[in-house]
Design a binder for this molecule. Structure first.
Ligand SMILES: Nc1ncnc2c1ncn2[C@@H]1O[C@H](COP(=O)(O)OP(=O)(O)O)[C@@H](O)[C@H]1O
Ligand SMILES: [Mg+2]
Length: 432
């Protein structure tokens, strides 16, 4: 009941803001509601399929769409700033895996993205601007500027007569997003170094969790759109549904990732730890709809940590072989579980939950005269591997946990939901 009231209030707030925006600048209405006729068989079938559990009873592509206003060149800057104020309080619309799979038509997903991406981007810009004197941190200035550009592009692009201009905007946005994760981590390290009293891990960790989780969601939506555009123009039979693999073979992904991480470890330490991938299943084969890129990311980071620790703890190649890293893959009808265990002496008790902090890393120690970014390598050192992997796991409702047995080793458990309808995006929103 409380939730319904809150949503209704939020909708009123959004409508009021839209009216405000319209009356201030534009003769034409800013928002044009294009709904699917509820009497059509498609809408009825979708309703039957999703029932009342769908967001407001509406499938994502039924939501009202933006029309692009005519703004004189000289008024664009002011228009964008006002739009940012209007969009930041709007609520994002999380998708379930099933909805992602149902939105493979580029027109459909473009319509959803055209509204959703600016909402999520505006929220991130607001978070940056809320940091006191954010303009003094060069990385924050760069990120803010890149975000405003993306927001502007999305607000001014047309989806008609063809999707070409919209696709170019999405491609540009993806390019601009690319360096953001590392840059925002650098920005937070800089804030911590320069103004440590105000920017402790109590502030930085949840701030980065929200910011990066929002990035993961926006990137997922945009990558999915681009993959759908490519799929539409490709005549070959497809296994993937956009970036989602409806039949994701987790054991195979673990094996491929293990080989890749062994190569990285060899390159940086001269040692190649042994990794054994074991599959256990009763009747349920551990396959499900998931984004292989997400699983690869998580497994790469977790295995890099185990491989680095094993290579550092072992005094010889023979000792490395005596400390194999085990990857156990199993599943039931609802969940998939992956456990990574190493025998690299674990993490001291005193570290505790700090391993999940973006500010915590033991790599590059002893080179302390150098900055954090100068000592980091592709193996370790940015301190974001574990917290970012946990975000990828959480994004569709999964979990990532770590247990350390100091003196013995570390065990990391990854649980992912298998049922499409239960895999729902977590999208942080200050107005929710
Ligand atoms: N399996 C492990 N064995 C020992 N230490 C680990 C392990 N996993 C993580 N750690 C510790 O946690 C720290 C943070 O890990 P992570 O977030 O991946 O950042 P990074 O690897 O860049 O340092 C590592 O520097 C290391 O000290
Ligand atoms: Mg790491």
């Amino acid at each position: 009941m409380a939730l319904t009231c809150k949503r209704a209030m939020s909708r009123l707030k959004q409508d009021a803001l839209k009216c405000f925006a319209t009356s201030r600048r534009l003769q034409a209405p800013l928002i044009q509601v294009e709904r699917v006729d509820p009497s059509t068989s498609v809408a009825k079938a979708l309703k039957r399929k999703y029932g009342p559990s769908s967001w407001d009873g509406q499938v994502p592509w039924e939501r009202g769409s933006m029309i692009v206003p005519q703004v004189a060149e000289s008024d664009v800057e002011e228009f964008i700033q006002q739009e940012l104020d209007s969009f930041a309080p709007m609520q994002p619309r999380p998708l379930s895996m099933q909805e992602v799979l149902d939105m493979l038509d580029p027109q459909r997903i473009a319509k959803f993205l055209h509204v959703e991406v600016p909402i999520r981007i505006a929220e991130r810009i607001r978070w940056i601007r809320e940091i006191e004197n954010w303009q003094d941190i060069p990385e924050l200035v760069e990120i803010e500027d890149a975000h405003v550009h993306v927001f502007r592009d999305f607000r001014l692009v047309q989806r008609k007569p063809t999707l070409d201009a919209f696709t170019a905007v999405v491609e540009r946005a993806m390019q601009k997003q690319q360096p953001v994760r590392l840059k925002v981590a650098l920005a937070m390290h800089r804030l911590h170094t320069q103004r440590g009293d105000d920017f402790t891990s109590e502030f930085i960790d949840p701030w980065l969790d929200n910011f990066l989780l929002n990035c993961i969601g926006t990137e997922m939506l945009m990558s999915q759109y681009l993959a759908c555009v490519i799929m539409e123009s490709d005549t070959k039979p497809q296994k993937l549904a956009g970036i989602v693999d409806p039949d994701c073979d987790i054991a195979q992904i673990c094996r491929e990732t293990a080989m890749h991480v062994q190569e990285i470890t060899e390159e940086h330490t001269g040692r190649t730890p042994k990794i054994e991938v074991k599959e256990f299943h009763d009747k349920a084969v551990p396959r499900f709809s998931y984004i292989p890129g997400f699983l690869r990311f998580i497994m790469t980071e977790v295995l890099k940590n185990s491989c680095r620790a094993t290579a550092e703890v072992a005094k010889s190649d023979r000792e490395v072989q005596k400390r194999p890293i085990e990857v156990i893959v199993c599943a039931d009808d609802h969940e998939v579980a992956i456990r990574v265990c190493d025998r690299a002496r674990g993490i001291p008790f005193g570290v505790g939950q700090k391993v999940w902090s973006y500010l915590y890393t033991t790599a590059g120690k002893g080179k302390s005269s150098k900055g954090y970014a100068d000592t980091a390598t592709s193996l370790a050192g940015y301190g974001i591997g574990l917290p970012l992997s946990r975000l990828y796991a959480r994004y569709f409702g999964g979990t990532l946990k770590l247990v350390s047995l100091p003196g013995y080793g570390t065990s990391v458990d990854l649980f992912l939901r298998r049922v499409n309808a239960n895999q729902v995006e977590i999208v942080p929103d200050n107005d929710a």
